[in-house]
Design a protein around this ligand. Structure first.
Ligand SMILES: [Zn+2]
Length: 81
């Protein structure tokens, strides 16, 4: 027979996102959802300028829009069916 006890486990929960470009805080709305943003994590290869470093950043929607509008070659767009 097994007996169980109630334990409370501490866990991390995303509370807000800070845009690395403009510094805006993307926080939860009244429904508890954080507005969508872009999160990038890149580990550079050993032959790159950053030799094995992992870089990560987040962009709010406004900064993402400004970034992709600055591209010479426009992004590919699609929507899920
Ligand atoms: Zn931003």
């Amino acid at each position: 027979m097994k007996t169980y006890k109630i334990v409370h486990v501490e866990q991390k929960e995303l509370d807000s996102v800070v845009c690395n470009m403009c510094g805006k805080i993307v926080s939860k709305n009244r429904h508890g959802y954080i507005a969508d943003s872009l999160s990038v994590e890149k580990t550079w290869s050993y032959e790159s300028s950053w030799d094995g470093e992992t870089h990560s950043f987040d962009l709010c929607m406004d900064c993402y829009r400004n970034l992709i509008n600055a591209f010479t070659v426009k992004i590919a767009r699609s929507t899920e069916p």
